[in-house]
Design a protein around this ligand. Structure first.
Ligand code: FES
Length: 170
């Protein structure tokens, strides 16, 4: 008998020694794994994805643009609901709209670029002042005094059907 024939015989003996219960178990385990993948992945994404779901921004309607007085800086308040994972929470705040006498409009974020307090417009001095650390910004939002090293953010806006809409990040 050659050496190859001996190996084949040993292989057949090993195959014959496999317990049918073990085969059944292996098949069941494989099928269970496939079933878990087919149902588990969509189920897990359904459960987990809302907790990771954060919007990036939305257009907020501030009403008729003709209500803004040319040459003035006006505070415009907002409140909208934000989905944060499973929660829906109100987001409140305000922006500053500056209308030039020629009609050009700019909308500034009220968030100080130092540590995110809200800046207030001081009409008599024509500056935005931050109450937290006395940061100051000129009427164009440029940082002019105190700790802020960057100007106020200018927010994207558009006039849609006569209404001022501002893009707010959420
Ligand atoms: S947070 Fe505005 S100056 Fe510090």
């Amino acid at each position: 008998m050659s050496q190859n024939t001996g190996l084949i015989k040993i292989r057949k003996d090993i195959d014959a020694g496999v317990n049918p219960n073990r085969r059944t178990f292996m098949k069941t385990a494989a099928l269970t794994g496939v079933a878990a993948l087919v149902t588990g992945v969509p189920l897990a994404s359904y459960v987990i994805s809302p907790s990771l779901d954060k919007g990036t921004g939305k257009w907020i309607d501030f009403g008729p643009v003709e209500d803004l007085e040319p040459g003035r800086v006006e505070m415009l308040s907002y409140e909208f609901m934000v989905k944060d994972g499973w929660l829906v929470l109100p987001q409140r705040g305000f922006v500053w709209a500056k209308t030039e006498p020629g009609g050009e409009l700019r909308v500034f974020s009220s968030t100080c670029t130092h540590l995110a307090c809200n800046v207030i417009w001081r009409e008599e001095e024509e500056v935005f002042v931050c109450p937290c650390h006395s940061g100051r910004f000129d009427a164009n939002g440029q940082n002019i005094a105190g700790p802020p090293t960057k100007p106020l953010a200018v927010l994207e806006h558009k006039v849609d059907d006569g209404n001022l809409k501002v893009f707010m990040t959420v």
